[in-house]
Design a protein around this ligand. Structure first.
Ligand code: SF4
Ligand code: SF4
Length: 252
């Protein structure tokens, strides 16, 4: 019978450990073969890699699998000497971490981390799955929020209005993408940022319009490619809102 392992089949590919991890695939593949009863949160790897901009590596000296955003760790699976998951470590606001440590005996001060912010969770303990998902999402947001807004947009791969500029037909040739050029796109008035960028990034200092309760606002409705039909424009608005929902740190 095939036993499930902590690492999902989906992410377990030859690219799992890039050269930067020292190429220690053999050890990890052996773990996969062995199966893993010490981790009840089988969804964790796929869940974290599903978040925008997340990368992972193996910190060989510590034997930690690190999940990072912009090169900064926000979660880790700490492996023991037997290469079994030993702790799941994540970052929280100090008061929340302290409260949770009192509520759950399986949540303890961060293992080999700054104990004010970091917390470690036993991977075979009783912390409910939904709570752990929520805490991991909070940790991701906490680390992401420490970057400047422009960098956050770059990491999330989304412009203020929910476009992924790298998928735009103009990208590269006529336009570097609004995040790169502070919203001064070729279709905006000469030398000025487009109205959505002006409102969202310059006036409100949001990461993107997903942080605004008014989305899609009148400015969105007026910022329109004139060649688009009504139905195409409506679909474009919905697509951008869906995109923002998927990546926005605070949700639409
Ligand atoms: S025109 Fe420029 S800013 Fe607008 S979506 Fe395309 S690449 Fe992004
Ligand atoms: S009002 Fe809100 S949704 Fe509209 S452009 Fe400004 S920040 Fe974006």
């Amino acid at each position: 019978m095939t036993r499930k392992t902590y690492f999902s089949e989906v992410t377990w590919t030859k690219d799992y450990f890039p050269e930067s991890c020292g190429g220690d695939r053999q050890k990890i593949l052996a773990m996969k073969e062995k199966g893993d009863d010490s981790m009840r949160y089988m969804w964790l790897d796929e869940y974290l890699l599903g978040k925008a901009g997340v990368t992972k590596d193996l910190q060989k000296d510590w034997n930690w699998i690190r999940y990072q955003i912009g090169g900064k760790m926000f979660a880790a699976v700490c492996l023991g000497e037997d290469d079994e998951p030993y702790y799941i470590t994540l970052k929280l606001e100090p008061l929340e971490g302290e409260f949770l440590r009192q509520q759950y005996e399986d949540i303890v001060p961060g293992y080999y981390c700054n104990k004010q912010y970091w917390n470690s969770i036993k991977p075979d303990g009783n912390v409910p799955d939904e709570l752990l998902k929520d805490l991991l999402a909070k940790s991701y947001l906490l680390v992401l929020a420490a970057f400047p807004k422009k960098k956050q947009r770059e990491l999330l791969g989304v412009s203020v209005c929910g476009m992924d500029c790298t998928k735009c037909a103009f990208h590269g040739k006529d336009c570097k993408g609004c995040n790169e050029i502070d919203g001064k796109v070729f279709h905006a008035p000469q030398g000025k940022a487009c109205s959505i960028y002006r409102c969202c990034a310059n006036k409100h200092r949001y990461t993107n319009c997903g942080n605004c309760a008014d989305v899609p606002c009148e400015i969105w409705k007026m910022t329109r490619d004139p060649s688009m039909t009504d139905s195409k424009f409506e679909a474009s608005i919905q697509e951008r809102i869906d995109h923002l929902k998927g990546v926005s740190p605070y949700g639409v």
